[in-house]
Ligand binder design. Structure first.
Ligand SMILES: *Cc1c(COP(=O)(O)O)cnc(C)c1O
Length: 377
């Protein structure tokens, strides 16, 4: 097989090559049963095993206790923007939810929630500011948690812990008691850094993540919910999106995205083989340090995000002279460095360096950054 390029896509994104190879080898015949995983009944013995192993491997990786339900759902993180309020707003009579805005994804979550209840912004980085003498554009920083004005009677507080487009990561998840709202569950959209490091599940009421960033292919959304929060769905909530029904049926209320669950399950096994999430975090820190470290000593490239909020997963950067953008991307592709174009709302470049990107791929990007600067600087 030809050498595969380094894929810096923000999502759907690179999947570990050994996972793809195993899926290819098992494509026509899974474990001697004579069927592809795509062709199996979701209620049959084989798929039941695939799905329950995926769940138990995920529980082991993140240390998820039985106090939490783990569900494999559909509709992506965007559907969860509606599914979460439809399931959780009914916990309190006033149907209130609070939001911290740190970028495009949390803004979308807040806007979607407004269709179902009182969606209040309790902190936002949507204005420019100055931090440590540096100008910070909107959504390039995280408002410090002591400034979040969470309502004590809110049904939940929503946080997007890694803003994929802006490249803004909230490393420390707040303790809700310290915010003066001990009874308010924290809801985290962790889509784009899910499984990149250990996560303190117990600090949250729920975590959701679309798989296609860091956990597998598009089509499955991983939803982890504390069981005491389940059972308050609004009457308008579709049955297939009611956590009580989906959890009771172990993700089999209706046909789940079977093939996507299978591939995500192989990724979970791959993560365990790598040594788990502590090991992944070490690797992800080494990759991020190498890349940010290179940018920091170059005047040719510029980083928009405030230092303490820099994402380890998504690294937006600009060429000081944007007229060179097209040449930069062309030269990168010629070297097998793919999908580096930034999101249209931010411009410039973005390197997404999820779990499946080895340090070697980041070093190949750094070599190119140096060579391009040398020839165009
Ligand atoms: C990609 C992404 C979404 C949207 O995911 P879809 O699967 O396209 O609905 C939401 N939140 C975050 C943080 C994302 O990275």
């Amino acid at each position: 097989m030809a050498v595969r390029p380094w894929n810096f896509s923000p999502g759907p994104s690179a999947i570990p090559e050994t996972v793809l190879q195993q899926a290819a080898a098992e494509m026509l015949d899974w474990h001697g049963c004579g069927m592809s995983v795509m062709e199996m009944s979701h209620r049959g013995r084989e798929f039941t095993q695939i799905c329950s192993e995926a769940e138990s491997d995920l529980r082991e990786l993140l240390g998820i206790s039985q106090d939490y339900a783990v569900m494999f759902m559909q509709g992506g993180a965007s559907a969860e923007n509606a599914i979460v309020p439809m399931n959780l707003l009914g916990r309190t009579p006033s149907h209130k939810a609070d939001f911290v805005l740190t970028g495009i994804w949390s803004v979308k979550s807040q806007q979607e929630c407004e269709r179902y209840g009182d969606a209040q912004i309790v902190a936002s980085s949507g204005l420019a500011t100055v931090i440590d003498g540096h100008y910070q554009a909107p959504y390039t920083w995280v408002p410090p948690s002591h400034t979040w004005q969470v309502r004590k009677d809110a049904s939940y507080l929503h946080l997007c812990s890694n803003e994929t487009i802006g490249g803004v990561e909230t490393m420390d998840w707040p303790d809700m008691a310290a915010l003066g709202a001990p009874g308010v569950p924290l809801v985290v959209d962790a889509s784009s850094h899910f499984l990149s490091r250990p996560m303190d599940v117990e600090k949250t009421g729920m975590i959701f993540a679309g798989a296609q960033k860091n956990a597998g292919p598009a089509g499955v959304t991983i939803v982890i919910v504390r069981r005491d929060l389940i059972g308050h769905a609004l009457p308008i909530c579709p049955s297939a999106f009611d956590y009580a029904k989906v959890a009771a049926e172990k993700s089999m209320f209706n046909t789940p995205p079977t093939y996507a669950i299978y591939i995500a399950g192989l990724v979970f096994k791959w993560l365990k083989q790598q040594g788990g999430l502590v090991e992944m975090e070490q690797l992800n820190m080494a990759k991020a340090q190498a890349l940010y470290g290179h940018f920091d000593q170059s005047g040719f490239y510029k980083l928009p995000v405030e230092r303490s909020a820099r994402s380890r997963m998504n690294v937006p950067f600009f060429l000081a002279d944007p007229s060179l953008d097209a040449a930069f991307l062309q030269g990168a592709a010629a070297r097998g460095l793919m999908q580096l174009k930034g999101h249209k709302s931010v411009g410039g470049m973005r390197a997404s360096i999820y779990n499946a990107m080895p340090l070697e791929g980041v070093m190949a990007l750094i070599d190119y950054l140096k060579d391009f600067e040398r020839s165009h600087g």
